[in-house]
Ligand binder design. Structure first.
Ligand code: HEM
Length: 451
């Protein structure tokens, strides 16, 4: 029997909806507080986007169940994916479940393996170091731009297997904010409101074109590196095992755009928050510096050291817990489904949110506190595996996870070792939920050395 949102086992409706707009206003005005409040109303909660019901899963176990055991009833899709595919096309993160996803995932997976990433560690570290070394002591910095530059440079270094051309890096970095800007609005606004053409939307369409052109030029101008192959070489060499065919040019561009945008969002947000917290907790910074001195005494860090930076990794872990960074992910119900005893109608959008799961006070005592030692081996034992899902789960779990860990540890290590980053007390970063949760501003001054 097809379940409806009004059947007796329908998830409870969240309070605070308005007649025509439903919960759009609290979602746009106070998205994080609103999402976090939903846990109080049950493990699955109904909210209204205009007249459209959307189901929010607030329970970690049910989220995991939806992404794994019940994945066949919850397809990749929903409004966020529609919004992202406007620029990422059929890239791995937006393509529907099915053959194309399976084929692409198989082709792409080896280039994000731990071993492949480890082989690019030295290049990634060198690129990060040269960016950080270029900062001037005593000059306050808007770290959002800096971290976007760092994550993009480090990713492009891994993509090309060599130092990226500066002009291309700048060209991509310039358009990224506009590319991502309207995504969450397009996800939240009812379609009739979202489709009104505005100058912002026109500018955004131009940015989509510019990003695709820049990636196209990057591919055209790519020369095989002398030292190590980059991710791009693997993409170019990849052959479908069934047909023997290479990836189409359009598909290749979709994949690179997907990597550049996902990397630029989630990893940038995480390192920004980590730097903010390190700035507020000098003892955390001292422990990172002490670890670096122990692991690489009197010499530069190299790729082989990354596995030994256990405390730095713990800091990244805690930044990912506390700040999501994905706060609103979607699925589409592909067949009438039941989750936690609640009926979910076919065709409905389901929302899940690592941000909500990571702030559950039952699992994380004092959830708003930044406490990297939650992830010490002794304490981490009491945290259920499903309570930490920043990379999602199941067949659509983040393919860039290993890369992201290495990249974030490298950036924090190089920044902290080179500089003592002093926060500007006048700028208190406010979380702004875009595709990921970013600080609205983060201003810090590099001062002296990390010691
Ligand atoms: C802190 C860093 C990152 C976080 C928290 C993160 C988070 C996620 C999450 C939650 C998903 C699953 C989305 C869903 O189920 O709907 C995902 C998928 C994906 N991520 Fe990441 N990501 C990060 C970094 C990266 C990086 C560095 C790359 C590549 C360079 C990347 C590439 C992808 C791709 C291609 C997918 C789609 C995988 C598929 O559907 O098969 N991510 N990511």
């Amino acid at each position: 029997m097809k379940a409806t949102a009004t059947s007796t086992s329908a998830p409870p409706l969240a309070p605070g909806g308005a007649p025509l707009l439903g919960h759009v206003v609290p979602l746009l005005r106070h998205p994080l507080a609103f999402m976090d409040s939903l846990r109080r109303h049950g493990p699955v909660v109904r909210i209204m986007l205009g007249r459209i019901p959307v189901f929010v899963v607030t329970d970690a176990g049910l989220t995991h169940e939806m992404l794994t055991a019940q994945a066949s009833s919850f397809g990749k899709g929903g409004r966020l994916i529609e919004a992202l595919s406007r620029f990422a096309g059929n890239g791995l993160a937006t393509v529907a479940d099915g053959d194309l996803h399976r084929t692409q995932r198989r082709l792409v997976q080896p280039m994000f393996s731990r071993a492949f990433i480890a082989g690019r560690g030295d290049t990634m570290i060198e690129v990060a170091r040269s960016v950080v070394d270029g900062w001037a002591a005593g000059e306050p910095r808007e770290l959002h731009d800096d971290m976007q530059e760092l994550t993009l440079s480090v990713f492009l270094a891994a993509l090309l297997g060599t130092e990226p051309p500066e002009a291309t890096r700048r060209r991509i970095q310039r358009v990224l904010p506009d590319v991502m800007a309207g995504t969450i609005r397009a996800t939240i606004l009812p379609p009739w409101l979202g489709s009104v053409p505005t100058p912002t939307q026109r500018r955004q369409r131009d940015s989509f074109t510019e990003l695709r052109d820049a990636i196209g030029d990057l591919v055209d101008e790519h020369r095989r590196p002398l030292r190590d192959k980059g991710l791009l070489d693997l993409l170019l060499d990849a052959r479908d095992p069934d047909t023997g065919q290479p990836m189409s040019r359009r598909q290749l561009e979709d994949e690179v755009i997907t990597f550049v945008t996902t990397n630029g969002q989630a990893s940038t947000a995480t390192v920004l928050w980590a730097l903010h917290e390190i700035g507020r907790h000098p003892a955390v910074r001292d422990r990172i510096v002490a670890e670096l001195d122990e692991v690489a005494p009197g010499r530069p860090l190299v790729g082989a050291d990354l596995g030994s930076l256990t405390y730095t990794r713990r800091v990244v872990h805690e930044a990912m817990r506390l700040y999501g960074p994905a706060w609103l992910l979607t699925r589409t119900v592909t067949a009438p489904a039941s989750l936690g005893g609640f009926d979910l109608p076919q065709g409905a959008t389901v929302v899940f949110s690592p941000y909500i799961l990571h702030r559950d006070p039952v699992v994380y005592p004092d959830p708003a506190a930044f406490d990297p030692d939650r992830w010490s081996p002794e304490r981490a034992r009491s945290i259920p595996r499903t309570a930490f899902q920043p990379f999602g789960g199941g067949a659509r779990q983040c393919v860039g996870e290993s890369f992201a860990w290495s990249e974030m540890v490298i950036i924090l290590a190089e920044t902290t070792r080179r500089w003592r980053m002093v926060p500007d007390p006048a700028v208190v970063p406010r979380p702004v939920p875009r595709v990921t949760i970013h600080p609205h501003r983060l201003v810090m001054t590099p001062s002296g050395t990390g010691r």
